[in-house]
Each structure stands twice: as C-alpha cells, then as structure tokens.
Design a protein around this ligand. Structure first.
Ligand code: PLP
Length: 382
C-alpha cells in the first residue's frame, strides 16, 4: 500500500527532524529555567535562545516575545490585555480563539473574496470615538486569504486604536515583520510552522500594559505564570529558525498548488475555488463541490488515502457551516461542500497525483449518486 498522503498542513505540520532531535535532547535534560544553579541556567539558556529565534522570525525584539501554551492562549491573552477598557472590533473571519474571546465585539465585514472591508473599518472607527482594539488575522486558516494588516493598522492608529494580529497561519508561509505591520500584539503557534503542539507566543509591543491571564510565579516577565515547558519551547525555537531558512521552498508551493487547482477543476468543472481572486497563502486551497457535503468528501478522500479537512471542522471533529465562507457571502451549496487542502514541506508531485486519483473517483461517484447523503442542498447560509 502507498503511504497515506497528508494535505492538512493548516491543521498541524509534521515535525522536522532537527525539531525532534532538539526536543528529545531537552527531554533528556533536567532543569527549571527559574533555578539559579547550573541545571537551571542551561534550561534558561535554551528558553532565551528560542526566544531569539522566534523574535527573528517576526522581526521583533526578543524581550517582546512571551511564550504561551499555543495560539489560542496567545489570542486570548492579547484580547484580555490590549482589549481591557476598550471596545473591540474583530474581522468576521477570525479564528474562534479570537471570536469567542471577544463575544461583545463588533464584526468588521469582509468582501466576497474574503478580504476585510477597510472602508467599513474606517466607518466603524469614525462612528464611535471610544478607544478601540482592532483584531485582524494576517492569513485566514480556511481560505488562506491574506489580509491588508499594515493598512488596517495604520487606519486604526490614526483613530487611537490598538491592533492585535493573529499571525498563526501566516508565520512560516509569508515573510513577517512586526514593526512594518505596525500592530501592537501578534499571535504565533509552534505547531503550524513545524514545531510541537501546545506552545506558542504572543509578541507584545511596548504600548500594551502588563495584564496576565495566568497568575503565579511571575515567569515570562510577569506575562505568563507557570514553569516554562523547556522541551516544547526549544522545539519552537528550532522550528522558527528552520521556517526562516525554508521560506523560499514554502513560497514555491504556490506553483504546485496552482497546478493542483487547475487539475481539480479540469476533473470537476462544477467545483469552485473560493477566494481564488485574492492574495492567498502559497499552500492553501479551499474548493467546493456543490451538492456533496464536505464531510462525505473528506471521508471519501481519506478512504482514497488522502487527508484533507472540511472547510470548518471544530475540535469535536464535527463540521458546521463555515462562518468564514458565510461572511464572504458564499452560496449555501458552496459553504456545505467546501473542503480545505493545505500543502507543506513534505508535499510533492506524487502526492498531488494521488489526490487527483482520489478526487476523480469521488467526483465520478458523486455524479452517479453513489453517496447516500448526497445533498440535499444545505441549511441556509443566512
Ligand atoms: N489562529 C488560527 C488562525 C488558527 O488557524 C489556529 C489553529 O487552528 C489558532 C489560532 C489556534 O492555535 P493553537 O492550535 O496553537 O491553539
């Protein structure tokens, strides 16, 4: 049997060998980074080296990097700190770790290609003079659409607002510069760029006052109490360094992805690539086969040996209509039939051939009504 093909890099990325080796070495060592003895000092050095590597990935100063337990925590921390005493404006396509951390927030609309409506943001900022926090992701996890964060940040600043940017999906897939983006906080997650799960970082500009979510020992300059997870942080640092080195190879994935889209559409001209007219991450395709539920497609492709995900799968694995595609005003049949294919550092031409084989079978079966739950055009996308 051929090896299963993994095309779900936006969900999580396979670890690179140097990351595994660095983490294994760290697991074999003992030391609390807060201890003053030699064991502690070695652990501290590992944490500070990783901080330098993560800072270099995003053009920030190492002292601005606070390690967290992942991207979700980084987003929550940013909103708790930068959003304190401010009204919060969030783009309608943010990840749930932003949307659910800011339930009172006003939603900034996006256009049909999934790009934030800057004129709407300006109007929202002008309408209400109270200080605001604007949250805008750099690249969307479902569609890969890249947002005009620097422009939004300039607008926000002109109105005295702070800006938080979720760069979890963009890091490692685009060149990043914290200063040029002009944002106040920036969230990162190690496992989306080749590091371990359960560790991330918030880059915090000097404009944001200390307001931790976790109280305790005062680690991370008081921003995040709790003994540092040294092996995970070390793995994150190595992954960040490799992400800088490997960026040209990731950018080159765009050619493979574009060719893949052409082939998918040639097989199924009824399919639609969402947001194909927008600037997108080089590795991401969101494609909808109208009339066949995304879950059915994901299962059929999995049986064919290819792992992709439904447009929007929450942590329980259940699929619900994507708030991202709905915010773009996509037709209900597209929303229900959208899957995400995301490529990465191990993806090659053979993987795409394998996907095309599985897709061709899927499309043929769908056309001959071989799937029991063949839609039934879905719930309203209102
Ligand atoms: N933000 C975006 C855009 C994401 O895609 C994800 C993960 O899917 C997160 C935040 C959450 O990151 P983590 O899995 O590290 O909590």
């Amino acid at each position: 049997m051929t090896r299963p093909v993994y095309l779900d890099y936006n969900a999580t990325v396979p670890l690179k060998q140097p990351v595994i080796e660095a983490m294994a070495a760290a697991l074999a060592e003992c030391g609390n980074a807060s201890s003053v003895h030699r064991f502690g000092r070695l652990a501290r050095r590992a944490v500070e080296t990783a901080r330098e590597d993560v800072a270099a990935l995003v053009g920030a100063a190492p002292r601005q990097v606070v390690f967290t337990g992942g991207g979700t925590e980084a987003n929550n921390l940013a909103i708790a700190a930068a959003g304190a005493g401010r009204r919060v404006l969030v783009s309608a396509i943010e990840h749930d770790s932003v949307l659910k951390a800011a339930t009172e927030a006003a939603l900034i609309p996006v256009g049909p290609q999934g790009v934030i409506d800057l004129a709407a943001l300006q109007a929202m900022l002008e309408r209400d003079p109270r200080p605001a926090l604007v949250c805008l992701m750099l690249a969307n996890n479902e569609t890969g659409v890249i947002q005009p964060v620097a422009q939004a940040a300039a607008l926000a600043r002109a109105h005295g607002a702070l800006v938080h940017c979720d760069a979890v999906q963009a890091a490692g897939k685009l060149a990043l510069d914290f200063v040029q983006l002009g944002v106040d906080t920036l969230a990162l997650s190690a496992h989306k760029l080749g590091g371990p799960q359960g560790v991330g970082a918030l880059v915090i500009g000097d404009s944001v006052e200390l307001r931790p979510l976790l109280m305790g020992g005062g680690q991370e300059r008081g921003w995040r109490a709790g003994t540092e997870n040294v092996p995970a942080i070390r793995g994150f640092g190595v992954a960040a360094r490799l992400a800088v080195q490997d960026l040209p190879a990731v950018l080159a994935l765009a050619a493979l992805r574009d060719h893949m889209e052409e082939r998918l559409l040639r097989t199924a001209p009824e399919a639609v690539v969402l947001a194909s007219g927008a600037g997108r991450l080089p590795n991401t395709t969101c494609i909808a086969l109208p009339g066949l539920p995304a879950e059915t497609q994901v299962m059929a492709l999995d049986l064919g040996g290819v792992a992709v995900s439904a447009g929007s799968a929450c942590s329980s694995g259940k699929v619900r209509p994507s708030h991202v595609l709905r915010a773009m005003g996509a037709d209900a049949a597209l929303v229900a039939g959208a899957i995400r294919i995301s490529l990465g550092w191990r993806t090659n031409e053979q993987d795409i051939d394998h996907l095309l084989d599985a897709w061709t079978t899927l499309v043929a079966r769908a056309r001959s009504h071989q799937y029991p739950d063949r839609a039934t055009v879905p719930v309203s996308a209102a």
